[in-house]
Design a protein around this ligand. Sequence first.
Ligand code: AMP
Ligand code: MG
Length: 422
Amino acid sequence: MASTAARAEPLTYREARERVLAAARPLPFETIATTDCRGRALRRRVIAAHPLPPFRNSSMDGFAVRAADLERASAEAPVALPVVEVLPAGHTPTRALSPGEAMRIMTGAMLPEGATAVVPVEDAEAMRSPEGRERVRIGRPARPNENVREAGLDLAAGAAALEEGRELSAYDLAVLISLGEARIAVGPRVRAAVLSTGDELLEVDEPMRPGAIRDSNRPMLGALLEECGAQVVTSRRLPDDPARVAESMRKLLEIADVVLTVGGVSAGDFDPVKVALPEVGEIALWRVAMKPGRPQAFGTPRGRLFFGLPGNPASVACVFEALVRPALRKLQGFATLDRPRLPVRAAARIDSRAGRTDFVRVTLERRGDAWWALPAGDQTSGHVTPQARAHALLVVPEETAALEEGAAADAMLLRWPEAVPS
Ligand code: AMP
Ligand code: MG
């Protein structure tokens, strides 16, 4: 089956993406403490159980008044009102405010019934009579509702607070806590396993030897997976030994929702993942008309997602961004699957081929009111520095044979450029 698929016409990027996303069905949600929700996908729309703010309160330290009492107040003819109660935050007024009265009120304290405005302390002059009775003198009118926060002004009871599929932020966390939501339904952390293959690969702390390079893809993938909300349950490396690779793939498929292998899927004589596929089953070699990253393997063995990524570092980066990231996010239940798309203009001519989708590592530069994308160095797929330098992946879609200088295109934003020093 694998060799037949390898000889077939390559899939377009769009077709490959459709197949991957069709296979990536959201995993069952889990219920967690809301305090741990940052970065998770919300799986149930949250409806406000009560209004925010929950009660009518003051936005300033000052004096609760009836605006009508101050209609004629001016600097020349200030109005003096007796202060009949002090209202700290967290306490409720013991009575309503009658005409001709004021109450001293703190920020966040509940307004007494009858009060229609709060005059800030800065605009009022408090005085005490010889008998110790407090009065306040105010030399200006108050606007109705001045410094008053109505119940439900922020969010009405029964309104949708947060929509399903949202990536929860620290600010969302504050909304959920304000609404008394102690536990919420979120997408689970996807269990991911990584296996890199290659006789030439060394760990970071092994001494260099002729013909060897360090296994940079595996830790890079670990970091990308974590960043996408996955949890790396195993990460290991094997030499180009198809029997051991097949055995390891079978084990990883037992313990992980998503298994990624790196290298060994192309036409080389010692490509172990390719050789292992028939033994593992339910995975096909496929070629995707994308650059970089054409040779790949994909399948859903035992209901898991399997991605056989090519070995070249730029291919790993681009296949991850183009296919793996959207799948991981779909598994968790995110509504948004991709990096943000930024409209850009090509700062240089970029060659491609009709029918092929190119992912060009680019740096971004603001010129006037547009973002311009400049290839981040040599696009050779063996390099590791261009994707580190890149701010985005410029997408040259399959219907476009070449992007002329100045042509408009979309870029998948990886990070914003550092601030330009002034
Ligand atoms: P392969 O797909 O196994 O033929 O590998 C293609 C290229 O990527 C070769 O130059 C490999 O040495 C390189 N490569 C494979 N795996 C890794 C890895 N884990 N880290 C860095 N480079 C790798
Ligand atoms: Mg290899």
